[in-house]
Design a protein around this ligand. Structure first.
Ligand code: MG
Length: 694
């Protein structure tokens, strides 16, 4: 008998369906060596067992009406595509009216973005998907909504909850958001249960747009004292004398900036070069700034107030600051809370987590969800759930999520649905963008969360060629989740719309990209396939998020749904080579790999839903074959499968292999299974994978 050994074959072709890879090797004297054939076809009864979801960007998936923007009818026209991918659910990017192409700034939870179609179109998509056993999940953005009274660029302005709320202190929408004239004091006083006292994360506060308390109208004198260049001062007083025009002398580089881009140059004191003055007729609704350049906004040329200290007192010198350089205001601005460092989101106010269901904002958002659930929507993907409550400790976010889940589940269970899609309880998956250990406690609130750690570990494994810790890590995450929820669902994935593309993370190495698909579709969990991933799309966020959100290239020549992306598409990627048309015709394409392993996962209950367990030999304790990732999947009916992936760019020969390898059912790359006397031996080529029924 030969010893265990690694053998390195340098020129193995990665033939997807090829079974044989001949090599010269000695045969035992008794001649009992047999090569075991791996079937090229997968027998599948057509039942979608595998719970594979497709993450779809409505704006860039498929356009049906020629306006260049993806729409509901475009999705409906491609339901065959999802059947071929074995998909039984679609996660749609936000479909509500919004000011952005991506939709994560909802202007109206009760409406649909007209660019995507009508309610009748949406209903048509839901019904057609249901007829194929495909569920529809909406992306629900609970944390914040649009702070702007506008929708898609170019569309007419509309009133939103926020514009109504900010119009006055006395209106029905006021409590939907957090307003304050002095956030630090209000937080310290415990006025905002969504933000913990002590300032763990008090977020960002922005002045309510157009608030009358910010500006001033009338004749004012401005006096600048630049004696200390690092801390100059401005003093403003009401002026009785005549107003001045801007100083025509270009030697002075001190400007008063206010109102609708008005810029007045100061006059230098003839007896003191550090002092400057001007009297102007002021008309500004936001306050003023001091500038030291008339053309540049570069760092250091804009002088204003410090955060939290924007108001000027007439007659009192105010020290200027050119780091924060906030607008200097004439009154105390009313501020609204937004934690995403943008003034176009406003966080919703649900009050204390324990009583969130009674808050006006919760009731209204929940009522909007009812509308979609009654139309047949099957579940929600919840955005940014770790940002809803800004507290350092405690269970506010999971508590809130459970309240939301239970509320929506009541409606879900009251609506009849086709047997092809109905579940006992509503499906909901949360985005808690963090390592698994931080995700785990959130399972108290929802049945499913994305497992970001899955992809982070997998890409490390593929790029390093080391697989022996992979199963152990994944099982470790499951164990953590199960301490919070016995039936926790791991929504496994590669990359998504907020991350660099998986193909880019793998250096656009085709063998690794194919193997990533094979791992995703043979591991436990409920996998998500992200639009374009199945075609090998690459792209990073460095030049803009749009570059990881590219349209599907359906045919070799023809239009794509790129109209929402402001030209930010990569023409070098969207060629005929990467199209669905080309890859469908090529049985060795990445798309074919996805379809093959998705079919495999749907065909075998053990792969679809079975428990995952570590292989007894080829795992983290095995240092002889560090490139191997091996695990079992065992279904409740007792059926069991063995999955083996070689993450190395070299071949590995394993003999004797400890399991019964007589029934291989699928392979990727070069795999040789042989039986020599009573022992099995397995040769796994570079970045190859194999699955056995045991
Ligand atoms: Mg369209």
């Amino acid at each position: 008998m030969r010893n265990h050994q690694n053998i390195f074959l340098t020129a193995l072709a990665l033939l997807f369906f090829a079974v044989s890879c001949h090599k010269d090797k000695p045969v035992n004297g008794d001649g009992t060596e047999d090569k075991i054939t791996i079937p090229t076809e997968i027998a599948w009864d057509g039942t979608k067992r595998a719970d594979i979801t497709y993450q779809l960007l409505v704006y860039s998936f498929a356009d049906s009406d020629g306006d260049g923007i993806g729409d509901f009818k475009g999705i409906q026209a491609h339901l065959d595509y999802f059947d071929a991918l074995g998909v039984n659910a679609l996660w749609l990017s936000p479909v509500h009216p919004s000011a952005s192409y991506h939709g994560y700034d909802v202007a109206d939870y009760y409406a649909l973005n007209p660019k995507f179609g009508t309610e009748a179109d949406f209903q048509g998509l839901i019904d057609a998907a249901h007829a194929r056993g495909i569920k529809i999940y909406m992306d629900y953005v609970l944390n914040h909504m649009s702070a702007k009274g506008h929708v898609w660029p170019g569309d007419a302005a509309v009133d939103t909850w926020f514009t109504k709320a900010s119009a006055s202190a006395d209106n029905a929408y006021r409590d939907y958001f957090l307003f304050s004239a002095n956030p630090a004091a209000d937080i310290a006083a415990g006025k905002f249960p969504m933000i913990e006292r002590g300032g763990y994360d008090s977020g960002q506060w922005f002045a309510v747009p157009g608030g009358p308390e910010l500006g001033a109208k009338g004749r004012y004198h401005f006096h600048l004292d630049w004696t200390s260049p690092s801390a100059p001062k401005v003093t403003v007083t009401e002026a009785a004398g005549p107003a001045q025009v801007s100083n025509p002398s270009e030697s002075v580089q001190k400007y008063l900036y206010f109102g609708a881009e008005k810029l007045f140059r100061f006059y230098q004191d003839p007896s003191n070069s550090n002092l400057f003055d001007i009297t102007v007729d002021l008309d500004t609704d936001w306050g003023f700034l001091i500038r030291t350049s008339s053309t540049s906004w570069d760092a250091g040329t804009k002088w204003g107030a410090s955060s939290g200290s924007q108001q000027i007192t007439l007659g009192t010198a105010k020290t200027l600051n050119n780091e924060e350089a906030k607008d200097i205001t004439f009154g105390q601005p009313e501020l609204f809370h937004s934690h995403f460092w943008t003034d176009w989101f406003a966080d919703l106010n649900y009050g204390a987590a324990s009583s969130a269901a009674s808050s006006p904002a919760f009731k209204d958002v929940a009522a909007s969800a009812d509308k979609w659930l009654r139309m047949g929507v099957d579940g929600f993907r919840l955005d940014a759930v770790k940002h809803i409550y800004h507290n350092a400790s405690g269970d506010e976010n999971p508590t809130f999520l459970k309240t939301w889940y239970d509320r929506c589940n009541q409606t879900y269970r009251s609506v009849s649905r086709p047997a092809s899609v109905v579940l006992n309880d509503i499906y909901m998956v949360g985005e808690q963008f963090a390592e698994a250990s931080e995700v785990a406690p959130y399972y108290k609130g929802l049945p499913a969360f994305f497992e970001f750690s899955f992809w982070w570990r997998l890409k490390d494994a593929l790029n390093s060629g080391k697989g022996n810790r992979f199963a152990k890590d994944i099982l470790g995450y499951q164990a953590m989740y199960r301490t919070y929820r016995a039936d926790a669902i791991e929504a496994t994935k590669l990359s998504n719309h907020d991350e660099d593309r998986a193909a880019s993370d793998l250096g656009r190495n085709v063998a690794k990209i194919k193997q990533a698909a094979a791992v995703l579709l043979t591991a436990s969990g409920a996998p998500y396939i992200y639009q374009g991933e199945e075609l090998g799309y690459w792209g990073t966020k460095a030049k803009g998020d749009e570059y990881v959100r590219a349209p599907i290239k359906w045919v070799n020549s023809g239009k794509i749904a790129d109209g929402a992306l402001s030209g930010k598409v990569d023409p070098a990627m969207l060629t005929a080579d990467i199209s669905v048309e080309t890859q469908t015709a090529d049985k060795s394409s990445l798309l074919s790999v996805y379809r093959y392993f998705a079919t495999l996962r749907n065909a075998y209950p053990a792969l679809a839903q079975g428990a995952m367990s570590e292989h007894a030999i080829y795992n983290s304790t095995n240092t002889m074959y560090p490139s191997l990732a091996c695990w079992y999947r065992t279904a409740t009916d007792g059926s069991k499968m063995l999955v083996a992936h070689n993450f190395s760019v070299s071949s590995v020969l394993l003999l004797p292999f400890a399991d019964n390898l007589s029934k291989p059912v699928a392979q990727l790359g070069s795999v040789i299974v042989e039986k020599e006397s009573d022992a099995f031996q397995l040769t796994l080529g570079p970045n190859s994978s194999v699955v056995f029924a045991l």
